[in-house]
Design a protein around this ligand. Sequence first.
Ligand code: ADP
Length: 425
Amino acid sequence: MSMLRLAVVSVLVSSTAISFVFYKQLFGGALPFVAAIILLIIITDIFLANSLAKKIVEPIGKADLDGVLSAPYDELAPLVKTIETHRKQIAKQLDILRERNDTIHAIMENMSEGIIMLDKKGVVISANKSAAAFFELPANVNGKNILEVFRELEFSVLAQGAIDGHRAELGMKQGDKTFRVFFGPIAGVGAIILFMDVTEKSRSEMLRREFSANVSHELKTPLTTIYGNAEMLAGGMVNDEDKTSFYDKIKNEAERMIALTEDIILLSSLDEKSRAELSDNVDLAAIAAESIRALENKALKNSVSVKLVAEETEITANRTQMYELLLNLIDNAIKYNKPGGKVDVCIYRKKGRIRIKVSDTGIGIPKEDQGRVFERFYRVDRSRSKHTGGTGLGLAIVKHIVLAQGGSIGMKSKAGEGTEIKVVF
Ligand code: ADP
């Protein structure tokens, strides 16, 4: 604006100077008078130029750039139009950027994986909610160097590597959780670190490994016995009177293998389905009676009496699974009983829920083992379980079925006195 003012003044001054030279020649004697007039004209010119420039510039200075622009005089209309168009474009671009930013922010905050972004100096630019929760990060983590946040040497080396353009992966433990951490470069920004909670995955991998090792072991023992006995029989090394006991051993071990294989198949089919199919309308009393009938011989052999008391027992559940559940519980109550002992099976409804209670007067379970008997292949007395044809999978199957049906299971037991297992649906 001052440039405009200067230009007007300089035009007026130069035209006045030219006039001065011309008039000096023409009117020599009247020079002082003329000079005074010229001076007056110059002052008037300056004043006029000033007020003209002000008139031109003032409306521009006062223009409300945040509101709708209107041209104060026609000459400014094209300029105002251009400014207005640019302003609309900028506002539109800003809206798009804001929307994108909100979307990225919402995605980051709602991800179950933890994310931390670093700038080129390794300073945290942002950390999402999951990352903050996993590692209990302070609220002011943004602006801190990653080396202050994670002090493990390997972590900081890989973070720096990502800033330098190298991708990497790392396994990490935090409390009882296990994480897989991915480091990746972001061109022009720095690096991104992604934390995936793999606790459940690594736990089930460990269980699977343990399970495979146990299954191999459990199958190897009867197979070795079968092979040894068959070899002796085939080699003619067994007297005729001993042969029957060899055949019996082979038969018993083969039965154990069949039972084990059936339990493994049942467990893996339960593992595959996260929820049981609730297709049947099941009468638990009828199923309990059926299970007791199937175990009649065993109860007789062990001199154990079984009693069933059942009231309201209709439930929507998977029939086969309910049969497996009751069969396993009653089977255990007979197997781990004492001669002349008792088993009581009660099925009743209380507070709107169906309850199954199987209690026995058997050998009981020591306190220290009570929490573990539901684990696969866990047995309190390994030799007794094997002697009675146990696979070590019965209670694991029962627990799996109960959880799949949305129920709960509890146990009360005293070594030497008996056990009570209660299932609530
Ligand atoms: P198993 O096939 O060996 O019976 P389970 O999974 O059914 O396997 O049971 C695991 C272990 O829990 C058994 O080996 C046994 O030691 C103990 N157990 C289960 N039920 C009873 C019970 N009613 N009384 C005493 N011990 C029991």
